[in-house]
Design a protein around this ligand. Structure first.
Ligand SMILES: [Zn+2]
Length: 328
């Protein structure tokens, strides 16, 4: 041990020298933005990757903070907190992130879901800035495909003032989702807590109702994009298999909320799952499939860039994120 002393002293001395250098040798010129009192922003939230010949861009719409209490319907709060701690996440609240996908294929630009627009939490609503930072123009969107009709997926389509955001886009929605939310009898039978969600759906879609294209699942709805029924989260909740050459991506939509909770514990149901047991059955089936097939996945509510792979782990699964790559 004594023999180590001189080298330890040398390390400390050089660390001291480094500290001195850092203090006194700041480069001349402007100070970092923080020192000037300016806001410090994250880098633009977009990330590109390829599936076969198709270029995907994950576009982030910020996050909403949700208390953990009451968030998982069928698990003890202590167990939920433990799962959060195991993922090195805070044990009091969950930041639910929002990440949509832009798909460039054969000269067309397709969006899957549109984010919160100006209707979400103050920490959300960054979608348009990120979309533009990625080099896109909303006028050039040819198709908007919706996975389901929850506000965090549809409100970006129409601003609060009623204006449409993608003036040239064809709109495609799951037929089963449309049948549920646009049914007046279902709306009047709904509990008061759900009335706002029905009103929100109508706010977005009623002005264009006659032009909305409704698709059935099990069908290829655009070249290489197949809709797969994934009910439970909502009655018409849909996932999408994207295929190009040998490349495949399963766009999992809201099959799970945060992977640290619901990929790890697929039988847990978030409070947003309208039919908990059905959502859990759908979740297990899809997670089993993508893990067996080693298929790349994208989740709307996974940490950015919200894409990776699913491995079996214990009684559930684990999401293994892709590594950030400088090459697309
Ligand atoms: Zn959602």
């Amino acid at each position: 041990m004594m023999k180590l002393e001189p080298s330890r002293r040398a390390v400390l001395a050089s660390a001291g020298a480094l500290a001195v250098a850092t203090t006194f040798d700041l480069p001349a010129g402007p100070r970092p933005a923080q020192a000037q009192g300016a806001p410090v922003n994250q880098a633009p939230g977009f990330y590109r990757y390829k599936i076969g010949d198709v270029t995907l861009t994950a576009i982030n719409d910020g996050f909403g903070k949700r208390p953990l209490e009451g968030f998982v319907r069928n698990a003890e709060l202590a167990d939920v907190k433990k799962a959060m701690e195991q993922a090195f996440l805070p044990a009091d609240a969950l930041n639910i992130t929002f990440t949509t996908l832009a798909i460039e294929s054969a000269g067309k630009l397709t969006l899957i879901d549109t984010g919160n627009g100006d209707s979400g939490a103050p920490t959300s609503g960054t979608w348009m800035a990120n979309f533009k930072a990625a080099g896109f123009d909303p006028k050039n969107v040819s198709t908007v495909v919706f996975s389901h009709f929850h506000g965090d997926h549809i409100n970006g389509f129409r601003l609060k003032d009623g204006s449409t955001v993608f003036p040239n886009a064809e709109v495609m929605v799951p037929a089963a989702e449309w049948a549920f939310w646009m049914d007046d009898a279902k709306m009047s039978a709904a509990p008061d807590a759900m009335k706002g969600a029905f009103a929100g759906v109508r706010r977005v879609f009623s002005p264009i109702a006659k032009d909305v294209k409704r698709f059935e699942s099990g069908k290829e709805i655009l070249p290489g994009l197949t809709a797969i029924a994934a009910p439970g989260h909502t009655p018409g909740h849909t996932t999408f298999a994207l295929s190009s050459g040998s490349g495949k991506l399963m766009i999992m939509s809201d099959t799970t909320n945060h992977p640290a909770l619901f990929v790890r514990n697929p039988d847990w149901s978030a409070v947003f799952d309208m039919d908990g047991p059905q959502a859990a059955a759908t979740r297990r089936k899809l997670l089993d499939m993508v893990s067996a097939d080693k298929m790349q996945v994208a989740f709307y509510h996974a940490p950015f860039p919200a894409t990776g792979y699913i491995a079996k782990a214990g009684n559930g699964f684990e999401m293994v994120p892709v590594q950030w790559s400088a090459a697309i």
